[in-house]
Design a protein around this ligand. Structure first.
Ligand code: 6AU
Length: 264
């Protein structure tokens, strides 16, 4: 299906080039799934990409959970993801002053050299986004930032006023391609979408086909409900990597999320 037909107003209004890249990949794979590859080894991540790469659009990583990390080993993950047409998304959740964020984009993990997308908190103000963007400029790459406007964890401190201030920061920056919303709550997502409008994406963790309480305060909603409420990408970790058959699970998340997009 052509992305402009599947995505409608979102395709027309989202200005960031990487939102179009995501919508293109999603339409070619018929999936809105972002894989949260929360595994501690490179071999584990490589195997997961091999198993489910055909059904997911982006690889979301936490590089700092990889044991014995080296950038040479990591390049195998990057190559494998690219060969499966996956965008690379480091969930770094930056939260410092701009200059420090710029430096943190380099360093041991050299996120700026391989990540297409990163997450950032807005708690420190708008300059964190400029710092991240400056780091991509330093290596002549284009990247996009997803700001945490809501969270899925119970008891989090991102209340409505914080969300509203985050949207002001996002609206003011061409580097912000969208927001993280709470996939476990349809009402929070509907409210977020009505404030965001069509011009930015909302990506949602906290989704599972088997809606249940997650461990350590994680909350889950149904992926199709999240998409119908305005989510553009479902971030799925344990629902896939802890499934008995990860490939079958990924295919189910793909069809549930894609079907919901077409209903929207
Ligand atoms: O599907 P799960 O519960 O196994 O994994 C959820 C993934 C994890 C979290 O780091 C991430 O989603 N996440 C995020 C972000 C930014 O992606 C925000 C949030 O509020 N909750 C959350 O779980 O990799």
């Amino acid at each position: 299906m052509k992305p402009e037909d599947a995505w409608g107003a979102r395709w027309v209004n989202c200005a960031h080039p990487l939102s179009h890249e995501f919508m293109r990949v999603a339409s070619s794979k018929e999936s809105l799934v972002v894989l949260a590859a929360d595994l501690p080894t490179i071999d584990g991540i490589l195997q997961l990409i091999e198993d489910v790469g055909d059904y997911v659009c982006a690889l979301k990583t936490h590089v700092d959970m990889v044991e014995g990390f080296s950038i040479e080993d990591w390049s195998r993950v990057v190559e494998s993801a690219r060969s499966k047409d996956l965008m690379l998304f480091e969930d770094r959740k930056f939260a410092d002053i701009g200059r420090v964020a710029q430096t943190q984009m380099g360093g041991l993990y050299d996120i700026r050299s391989w990540a297409d997308l990163v997450t950032s908190h807005s708690v420190s103000g708008p300059d964190v986004v400029d710092g991240i963007a400056a780091a991509w400029d330093d290596v002549e790459r284009v990247g996009g930032v997803l700001l945490l406007a809501q969270m899925s964890s119970s008891g989090n401190l991102l209340g409505e006023a914080y969300t509203d201030s985050t949207l002001v920061i996002g609206k003011g920056s061409p580097h912000v391609l969208g927001y993280i919303g709470n996939g476990s709550s349809v009402s929070e997502l509907v409210a977020l979408r009505s404030k965001v409008g069509e011009g930015k994406m909302i990506w949602t963790p906290g989704v599972n086909l088997d809606v249940k309480e997650g461990v350590l305060g994680q909350r889950y909603g149904h992926p199709a409900e999240a998409v119908r409420a305005g989510s553009d990408a479902i971030i799925v970790g344990s629902g896939i990597h802890r499934a008995e058959d990860a490939r079958t699970a990924a295919r189910e998340y793909a069809s549930s999320s894609w079907g919901a997009l077409l209903e929207r």
